[in-house]
Design a protein around this ligand. Structure first.
Ligand SMILES: C[S@@+](CC[C@H](N)C(=O)[O-])C[C@H]1O[C@@H](n2cnc3c(N)ncnc32)[C@H](O)[C@@H]1O
Length: 263
């Protein structure tokens, strides 16, 4: 990933202001998340296998043509991509995917929606985190959907529904027909699109829903969206991990919590 000035500025700020190791976290729910998710260093059974799949993808020279549906790429200049490059630069890191896995596992999320499948590696983490749950992943690029579907099949993961569509076309119907345990927004990183997806999800959220936003410091527009989202009256807790921002709606969290954590 190419790093820009906006990211560097906010990263320095994050290092100076974020809590390390979850010390001084007062909310019981936030404290539990720190213990069980963010600073839980146990290696889960699935991680070793997922790491092997990551290594295979990092060596996969297959070339795919990918249409651009989102805010564009700061990394790629043509629409031809090698899987190994997408796995290296267009996919969640092991740390990010493992955090999502632990979150789903701890909260026992049943219906997980991912916006942006790419090669489908992170989707495998989401699916393996709760084998009784269902993952619905949306991707606009036909060739990536094909690749990700085959990857899941090859690895015997069957609790994923792949949808080839633009987010704006698929998300409203999806939210109408499904409950919302966890929504991971990882594509089309613009202020307008992020606010649109947030507002759609807001109408569907319940007490236990969680929404995770990737790359909240990718651009000034993304940071503006994150600031507005975490200040929305329905949000009772926000957690800023720098690379992810996540929000919760739990009514039992009576006093608004805004946490910045350093992982
Ligand atoms: C950063 S990648 C997703 C990475 C993946 N979630 C992971 O964690 O590894 C973003 C993906 O979203 C897709 N995308 C971006 N905007 C989209 C849109 N508006 N509709 C459909 N797909 C879109 C892109 O084609 C790209 O494959």
């Amino acid at each position: 990933m190419t790093i820009n000035f906006h990211q560097i500025k906010h990263y320095i700020k994050h290092c100076l202001t974020a809590k390390w190791g979850g010390h001084g976290v007062h909310s019981p729910f936030a404290f539990q998340l720190c213990e069980e998710v963010f600073y839980n260093h146990n290696s889960f059974y699935d991680f070793e296998e997922l790491q092997k799949i990551r290594k295979q993808l990092l060596n996969d020279k297959t070339e795919v043509t990918v249409e651009d549906f989102g805010a564009g790429s700061k990394t790629f200049t043509t629409n031809k991509r090698k899987i190994k490059d997408l796995a290296a630069k267009g996919t969640s890191t092991a740390k990010q995917s493992e955090t999502l896995y632990k979150l789903i596992n701890f909260l026992n999320c049943n219906t997980i929606i991912e916006l942006g499948t790419s090669v489908g590696l992170n989707t495998l983490y989401l699916a393996k985190a709760n084998k009784n749950g269902k993952v619905i992943t949306i991707e606009g690029s036909k060739n990536l959907v094909k690749y990700a579907r085959e990857l899941a099949k090859k690895n015997d993961v069957s609790n994923i529904e792949f949808i080839e569509a633009k987010f704006d076309d698929a998300l409203p119907t999806l939210l109408r027909n499904n409950s919302l345990s966890l929504l991971y927004i990882d594509g089309n990183h613009t202020y307008e699109a992020t606010m649109r997806y947030f507002n759609l999800a807001l109408a569907k959220k319940d007490n236990s829903s969680v929404i995770v936003f990737d790359d909240i410091y990718w651009s000034p527009g993304m940071t503006k969206a994150w600031d507005e989202i975490k200040n929305n009256v329905s949000v009772t807790m926000s957690i800023d991990l720098f690379y992810f921002g996540m929000i919760f709606f739990k009514e039992e969290v009576k006093e608004k919590v805004d946490l910045k954590l350093f992982l």
